[in-house]
Design a protein around this ligand. Structure first.
Ligand SMILES: [Zn+2]
Length: 413
């Protein structure tokens, strides 16, 4: 048993239990819980962000936005992604503290006034189930197999090539010969259409190919969101802070990924999905499954995905929000204007601009950020981050599609 993973899982589940009922699954519903736990310089563990969610808007739903609505609606409400957005909100708050010379749990200035992470601070990621996409593709264990003739159940061999593209799941049991049904866990995430390798959809082990980048499953038509395995891989490679925060803070990496108990899990598939399939990704977080399982996970009594999400973050002020369809719960499209989730692109961008103002005032004695800058251009101005991302895109992440720029070309004022 991994002690740290167990504590991370318990802290996230306990925090979830302590939150009010609104937005949580009904009796027959399930959801996914994700969270980020901070181990601070005194080695104390605390939950700093937490979210639930299973939904993702389709490309059509996303395109159907008016100009003022750009950046205000969440396209991807999988728990893993919402917990990361809540984490970004936490980072802005910590940044604000350090800029005002107040004590921050995670940041400090070095001698040359650069903002750095405090020594011995680390971040640990929890997800109540294996993330969708590549990490979810692995053979079922013997007790999950459905033998057609019990006398013929044989062990399979899993042969996973090290390099991306050479990844294959093979079996030394020809399923028809042995009369044994050998199958894999499947993911609803489909390969990006420009990937050379595409799923074969053959029965058994050859249903999926492993390695390619995948698009999240969504309602009806295709979504524009990448699978959680791919997003985790990107965060692992260039940091979980994202483009905007990279202007102000160093890359922040996750040290542990802990998957909740009582759900299908393969350490090998997780490692492959998060870093091994990318030849140019060096960071390897610890990957573990906890014994602790999330109470509202998918199970025989909980068969419907919960449509709402809860999002919580350790900041002063509004900590808890509930969202449905990528908007604040109870807010219709008509009333959406000006009533945004704090973790929407628009609100995080607004926080970013305020902090940049503060930063310039303190560091350079001036206040001069261009208010008319678009979200897209603000992200592009993170040159170091963009350089790392372009390098990765040129190498392992070639098929990663660019987000339509019109969805990112909004200004706040
Ligand atoms: Zn997902």
């Amino acid at each position: 048993m991994n002690n740290l993973a167990e504590r991370v899982a318990c802290l996230c589940c306990d925090k979830y239990d302590s939150l009010k009922k609104t937005g949580k699954p009904k009796e027959n519903e399930w959801t996914v819980l994700a969270g980020i736990v901070l181990k601070d310089s005194t080695q104390t563990l605390s939950v700093i962000s937490l979210a639930t969610g299973t939904k993702c808007l389709s490309g059509t739903e996303l395109m159907d936005v008016e100009k003022w609505e750009c950046g205000s609606r969440l396209s991807d409400s999988h728990a893993e992604v919402l917990a990361r957005r809540a984490f970004q909100r936490y980072l802005y708050n910590q940044l604000d503290l350090v800029l005002r010379n107040k004590s921050s749990n995670i940041f400090e200035h070095n001698e040359s006034r650069k903002i750095i992470l405090k020594e011995n601070v680390s971040f640990h990621y929890f997800c109540s189930q294996t993330p969708c996409g590549d990490c979810s593709i692995f053979p079922q264990t013997d007790d999950e197999l459905v033998p057609t003739d019990e006398s013929c159940v044989k062990r399979r061999r899993i042969d996973i090539g090290e390099a991306r593209g050479a990844c294959t799941l093979t079996s030394n049991v020809a399923s028809r010969e042995s009369n044994t049904y050998v199958d894999i866990h499947r993911t609803g995430a489909k390969c990006v259409s420009t990937e050379k390798e595409q799923d074969l959809y053959h029965p058994g082990l050859n249903y999926h190919v492993i390695g390619p980048l995948r698009i999240k499953p969504g309602r009806g038509d295709r979504t524009l969101s990448m699978s959680c395995s791919d997003k985790l891989a990107k965060w692992n490679a260039i940091g979980i802070q994202g483009a905007l925060l990279s202007r102000l803070v160093p890359p922040i990496r996750i040290d542990t990924i802990c998957i909740g108990g009582q759900c299908p899990f393969s350490e090998a598939a997780m490692r492959r999905g998060v870093h091994e399939r990318f030849a140019d990704v060096a960071h390897c977080p610890d990957i573990v499954q906890s014994e602790k399982g999330f109470a509202h996970r998918k199970q025989t009594t909980r068969t419907q995905p919960c449509p709402s999400s809860i999002i919580w973050c350790a900041v002063p002020g509004r900590q808890l929000e509930v969202s449905v369809d990528g908007r604040k719960q109870g807010v219709t499209k008509k009333k959406a204007r000006g009533n945004y989730l704090t973790i929407s692109r628009r609100e995080l961008f607004s926080t970013f601009l305020k902090i940049v103002d503060e930063f310039d005032k303190i560091e350079n004695g001036e206040k001069n950020h261009p208010k008319k800058i678009t979200y897209y251009h603000a992200k592009q101005s993170s040159t170091t981050y963009q350089r790392s991302w372009q390098k990765l895109k040129f190498g392992s992440f070639q098929a990663w599609p660019d987000k339509p720029t019109h969805l990112q070309e909004f200004v706040l004022f």
